[in-house]
Design a protein around this ligand. Structure first.
Ligand SMILES: Cc1cc2nc3c(=O)[nH]c(=O)nc-3n(C[C@H](O)[C@H](O)[C@H](O)COP(=O)(O)O)c2cc1C
Length: 225
């Protein structure tokens, strides 16, 4: 079992997203999985130019000469890929979106329908299962509306949406205690998904736990707590 996280936060190792992704991978590793954590911001990944050479002239191979070639190899050989990103302007970061666009060599020019939308057919016999990890700086659930809708197209086997994400690395006792409790569920999710392919309801409930009531969090991040 190979589990790979592709992290789209420009804050890389220091990101709140990485606190969740790294813990998720720790759980996967505890079940025996081979894990890798890729920081997309540090990779040279040019934009897709929409030339479709990877479909019609050199199937599966992009014309661009950059680090995406290696990442496509890693993607192809992973059993589970985790798309990790903070919410930026209601959606995933540009960094993750750019990476997802460059996955187009894994598709081929045949239209298929499913999940209420049309898409291009996958060129691989088996695509990796997808896990989504995201954190938002704001409280409430509305921050993830766009992301949920977009990520539906990847048919994820698990979605981890964490609001109040700025508490995850806050040094105060109250934030640390909450984060510790929450991250124990994240680790368990990594373990269960890589060993059983699904996550128990108890863990799902834990992943959706409140870190702090909205009003309190707003004061907290505004420095008024
Ligand atoms: C350019 C930018 C746009 C943002 N847009 C949103 C947003 O739309 N909704 C939200 O909840 N937080 C937003 N945030 C806050 C981030 O989601 C928050 O700081 C998050 O914890 C950063 O995660 P990271 O440490 O993994 O990068 C934004 C932050 C930046 C820098």
């Amino acid at each position: 079992m190979k589990v790979t996280a592709f992290n789209g936060s420009p804050r890389c190792q220091n990101s709140n997203t990485n606190v969740i992704a790294e813990t998720f991978l720790e759980g996967a590793a505890a079940s025996g999985a081979e894990t890798q954590n890729i920081f997309l911001f540090n990779k040279k990944i040019k934009h897709c130019t929409g030339c479709f050479t990877c479909w019609f002239k050199t199937p599966g191979r992009c014309v661009q000469d950059d680090e995406m070639e290696d990442l496509l190899g890693l993607y192809r050989t992973s059993d589970i890929v985790c798309f990790a990103t903070p919410v930026y302007t209601w959606n995933m970061t540009a960094c993750l979106k750019n990476f997802l666009d460059r996955l187009i060599p894994l598709k081929c020019p045949a239209v298929v329908s499913g999940n209420g939308h049309y898409d291009m057919q996958n060129s691989l016999r088996r695509m990796p299962d997808v896990v989504i990890i995201s954190n938002a700086g704001f409280p409430g659930g509305g921050n993830f509306t766009t992301m949920r809708e977009v990520m539906k197209t990847a048919s994820p086997i698990l979605e981890v949406y964490r609001n109040c994400g700025m508490l995850l690395q806050n040094k105060s006792d109250i934030a640390r205690e909450k984060a510790k409790k929450y991250l124990a569920f994240v680790k368990q999710a990594g373990l269960e998904i890589s060993s059983a392919g699904k996550v128990s309801q108890k863990v799902i409930d834990g992943l959706n736990m409140e870190l702090m009531p909205d009003a309190e969090y707003i004061k907290f991040i505004s420095g008024k707590a």
